[in-house]
Design a protein around this ligand. Structure first.
Ligand code: GLU
Length: 294
């Protein structure tokens, strides 16, 4: 039986215009998908209903078409699939791995400050530099929890990281990292460094981490190609995949353009949108050449 072709995806959020960094990410996906004779999907990551806008979504299609990148016909828009994320949350809830957290940002900050004062040492930070959630709402009693839920207090849903890790104790959690030359190696993950991550936000019934994992699985994505800024977050994704019984794709993390440019001119050029560059007379060929794709 022939095995199915590899599946790649480019997954921008329509909360602004695409810039050269997005073009680079889409082009690396295109190149690797072509090399492995794979399929390339487009996914619109628009769970943030306040920041995402239809005109940005239309612009994503226009910019990518202008660059000459073609995608498989079905485009998945996350905002149309909230029930899928709800179902995954329900699975985790049934396993006892989710809890309600009513803390505001300020309350989290204050709690961290108190912990630091008590311990006399800095509170641990996650790989993005944010303090780990200090666990205030884990201590809520049944009655208080019920009262606050019934009162409809805004809350997020968090993963109880220690309980989640206890469920997979004794197993090695890892993923296959691949590079542009096709070399692969195993990477062990360490999700504990993220603490009790948010899986459903106050205003949105899911989060980036949850929806990306659910969608990659539902779309049979076999090769995730994205920027190095999302490398550490992959630890959370692999844990969620394991807990939800989902396949773990292979991962490749490409360099970030803005990290590479020392020069001011280049920097300001990098942050300009593809639409601006196009209006200034740039051609798709010139953009491809500039980014190292010929
Ligand atoms: N939507 C994310 C972004 O625009 C990318 C998510 C991913 O590739 O996993 O940064």
């Amino acid at each position: 039986m022939a095995s199915s072709p590899p599946v790649f995806r480019f997954a921008p959020s329509p909360n602004g215009r695409l810039h050269l960094g997005h073009a680079y990410s889409a082009l690396v996906n295109e190149r690797l998908a072509a090399r492995l004779r794979g399929k390339l999907l487009l996914r619109i990551e628009d769970i943030d209903l306040t920041r995402c806008r239809p005109e940005f979504e239309q612009a994503i299609h226009d910019d990518l078409a202008w660059l000459g990148i073609s995608f498989a016909p079905q485009v998945r828009r996350q905002s149309l699939h909230f029930p899928d994320y709800r179902q995954a949350l329900g699975q985790l809830e049934e396993m006892g791995l989710i809890y309600h957290c009513f803390c505001s940002r300020q309350e989290v900050k204050d709690a961290v400050r108190r912990c630091e004062a008590e311990a006399g040492t800095p509170w641990p930070r996650d790989p993005d530099g944010a303090p780990l959630y200090p666990g205030t709402c884990r201590a809520l009693g049944e009655a208080e929890l019920r009262r606050r839920r019934e009162a409809g207090e805004p809350h997020v849903l968090r993963l109880a990281m220690d309980r989640a890790l206890a469920r997979v104790a004794g197993e090695t959690l890892s993923y296959r990292l691949f590079d542009e030359a096709g070399e692969e190696r195993d990477i062990r993950v360490d999700p504990a460094r993220w603490g009790d991550v948010v899986l459903a936000r106050k205003d949105v019934p899911t989060s980036y981490h949850l929806s990306v994992v659910v969608d990659d699985a539902l779309q049979n994505v076999s090769h995730v190609v994205r920027g190095k800024d999302l490398e550490a977050a992959t630890d959370i994704h692999v844990l969620l995949q394991r807990l939800l019984g989902l396949a773990v794709p292979r991962y490749h993390f490409h360099r970030l353009l803005s990290d590479e440019t020392g020069q001011k001119l280049a920097k300001s050029r990098l942050s300009r949108s593809l639409a601006d560059l196009r209006a200034d007379g740039a051609t798709p060929e010139a953009i491809r050449r500039q980014l190292g794709f010929t």
